[in-house]
Design a binder for this molecule. Structure first.
Ligand code: NAX
Length: 326
């Protein structure tokens, strides 16, 4: 058996946490031969609730769960962490403007970035799920100067999986028949789910669906899926978000399949003309624990416009918190 790795999870008493922790502990994320120690962070008023979740984790008697700690101090929860999943965030309250939301979260993610810098493993892989995920990841990254900036990522895998599901449903295939889906940009309603390079059983997806459906239904359905779930369920997506967070980390650690890629929010290196430094979702391949942007994809004028709209939104978010960045 391998030595255990440390996985820090913030917002552990929340609804995503309630699904995520059990999937990590069962080995879905890092493999059935990889023991894990969970290091849970919550705000002080939620510590009792998280204690209840820990009782349930114990009661599952997971063979791979090598330990669980709980804390309301980020430095403790992030101590020597190999993986950090930043799920906890401030939700938008009544009367709160987007700017207020960005600022409230900037405070949380600045502090957590500093704590990661001070306490986590130098190789820590960070996934930000809490919204606004891309900009929160940027803030955490800027506050962690001693950690490689490329180790800070934001989750667009749920959008990627949603896009797979919509396309599979339309064409009447399984999601596993589809490869090379791409989500560009922000995890928000401006994201651009792009099927220009997608394959279905090895053949171009664009040739199998009507262009009108793609432009007028598919894109907006994927963009608005989160809102549709809130409307139907009365609560935001949780199990699917947790499942996608598992997928994101597993793919990053264990790799993409030959000939396929995934979508991850990562610091732009200027590829495809996207402003350098923004945490922008790109198509990436992963191997040996490293990701690489897929290069050389043709971008037509329709795609360029959509990629730019979501880039503009991210520039606006970055500018709104600029005064809070170190
Ligand atoms: P919940 O409100 O159920 O849980 C959030 C938990 O975070 C709470 O228990 C809260 O006490 C805790 N928390 C708040 N501030 C904290 C801090 N400073 N340190 C540690 N813990 C803190 O929300 P949930 O449904 O679990 O969603 C969590 C976040 O994921 C939200 O920001 C949500 O918007 C975001 N999402 C992101 C998605 C993505 O694809 N990137 C999709 C799903 C989800 O909407």
């Amino acid at each position: 058996m391998k030595a255990p790795v440390r996985v820090a999870v913030t917002g552990a008493a929340g609804q995503i946490g309630y699904s995520l922790l059990f999937r990590i502990a069962s080995g879905d994320m890092l493999g059935k031969d990889q023991p894990v120690i969970l290091q849970l962070l919550e705000i002080t008023p939620a510590l009792e609730a998280v204690g209840g979740v820990v009782m349930e984790l114990e009661d599952c008697a997971f063979p791979l769960l090598a330990g669980v700690t709980i804390s309301d101090k980020a430095e403790e929860a992030f101590k020597d962490a190999d993986y950090a999943m930043l799920v906890g965030a401030r939700p938008r309250g009544p009367g709160m403007e987007r700017k207020d939301l960005l600022e409230a979260n900037a405070a949380i993610f600045s502090a957590q970035g500093k704590a990661l810098n001070d306490a986590a493993s130098r190789d820590v892989r960070v996934l930000v799920v809490g919204n606004p995920a891309n900009t929160n990841a940027l803030i955490a990254q800027k506050n962690a100067p001693d950690i490689n900036p490329g180790q800070f990522t934001a989750m667009t895998r749920l959008d990627h999986n949603r896009a797979l599901a919509q396309l599979a449903g339309k064409v009447g295939v399984h999601t596993t028949d589809i490869t090379r889906m791409t989500i560009w940009g922000n995890h928000s309603a401006t994201q651009y789910p792009d099927i220009s390079h997608t394959l279905i059983k090895g053949e171009a997806a664009a040739g199998k669906v009507d262009r009108g459906w793609y432009e007028n239904e598919f894109i907006s359905t994927v963009q608005q899926r989160g809102a549709a779930i809130i409307k139907a369920r009365g609560a935001s997506s949780a199990a699917s978000a947790a499942s996608s967070a598992i997928d994101h980390m597993r793919t990053w650690a264990l790799g993409t399949a030959d000939g396929d890629w995934t979508s991850m929010g990562i610091p732009s290196d200027g590829s495809y003309g996207i402003t350098e430094g923004l945490i922008y979702s790109f198509p990436v391949t992963c191997k040996n624990g490293q990701y690489e942007i897929v290069q050389g994809l043709e971008v037509d004028s329709f795609s360029r416009e959509k990629m730019q709209a979501t880039e503009n939104e991210l520039v606006g978010e970055r500018d709104a918190v600029k005064h809070l960045l170190p």
